[in-house]
Design a protein around this ligand. Structure first.
Ligand code: NAD
Length: 275
């Protein structure tokens, strides 16, 4: 089935497969988001720090797709953590996007040593109440930071974390699930590096007459992650959308679960990222 949605803990729903635009310059983002919308994607994942909210917004405006059919996520950058700065940051993001609201607003990193995430989370609740973000969540939170936020009684709708076959984050996924938080997988294809060359993934791909990228996306969908692969190549954007047609067997899912490694992380550890 195409464009499956998942239920968030606040009553809203989210398309499980989306399109990410990290490291895509704003003008290019305009083109590739237009392509993604054309093939069927309705969920776009951007961030203040990506510098492409304007391009994303232009593509949305030009698409003519009714706003209520789209799901747009953006994220608050680290230097805007804090109550008043968060309230300003959402206004600036909406201005750049040309939107009245985002569907999901995330604290990009917990920054545990700065100790501002609870104050920021309070501002996020005001942003939700104001209607400027339909749902609010977090990204790159340490287990302690996530627990602190959960303990406020306002549970994040999602937790967006690095997650791909060689770093499957089983423990954090379990903590998210226990708290009714959907896990979103960033760098779902392992940034297009070794993962796509993996022998097991390759064998499963052949069996399904699919590509390695499609098998990895199908795995994310099967284990319940929200996922938004990035590509600036039109054929791959289409291919990533078509991954929804690949249905893995329980055994194949287990095999891919087995590819995780202690040292599989590609990005920063949320505990150590405090600048
Ligand atoms: P990704 O894992 O989606 O990999 C993207 C790369 O994989 C592409 O640049 C290309 O090289 C390759 N690729 C894509 N489709 C392919 C295909 N069909 N066949 C072969 N190769 C293909 O990497 P990403 O961009 O790091 O992650 C996806 C999204 O996650 C980002 O765009 C962003 O929206 C989000 N993200 C969030 C954070 C965060 O801190 N919250 C960090 C990183 C990324």
């Amino acid at each position: 089935s195409k464009n499956q949605t998942l239920q968030l803990n606040d009553g809203h729903s989210i398309p499980q497969l989306g399109f990410g635009v990290w490291q895509v310059e704003s003008d290019v983002a305009e083109d590739v988001v237009a392509k993604a919308l054309q093939v069927g994607f309705r969920h776009i994942d951007t961030a203040e720090i990506y510098g492409n909210e304007e391009g994303v917004g232009r593509a949305i405006a030009k698409s003519g797709i009714p706003r209520e059919q789209l799901f747009v996520t953006t994220k608050l950058w680290n230097d805007n953590q804090g109550h008043d700065s968060a309230l300003h940051a959402i206004d600036a993001s909406l201005e750049r996007l040309g939107l009245d609201y985002v569907d999901l607003y995330l604290i990009h990193w917990s920054q545990p040593e700065k100790g501002k995430y609870l104050e920021t989370w309070k501002a996020f609740q005001e942003i939700k109440d104001s209607g400027k973000a339909r749902s609010i969540g977090v990204s790159n939170f340490t287990p302690k930071a996530l627990q602190d936020v959960v303990d406020t009684g306002v549970v994040p709708a999602v937790h967006q974390i690095e997650l791909h076959p060689s770093f499957n984050q089983q423990h954090m996924r379990e903590m998210d699930a226990r708290n009714g938080i959907l896990t979103e997988a960033w760098s779902p294809l392992g940034q297009g590096k070794e993962e796509l060359q993996d022998e097991t993934i390759g064998r499963i791909a052949e069996a399904h007459r699919a590509t390695p990228a499609q098998v990895i996306i199908a795995w994310h969908l099967a284990i319940g992650n929200v996922v938004f692969p990035k590509s600036v190549t039109p054929e791959r954007i289409q291919q990533n959308w078509d991954a929804q047609q690949v249905t893995l067997t329980a055994e194949e899912i287990e095999e891919i679960n087995g590819l995780t490694r202690e040292d599989g992380r590609l990005g920063s550890d949320p505990a150590d990222f405090n600048d």
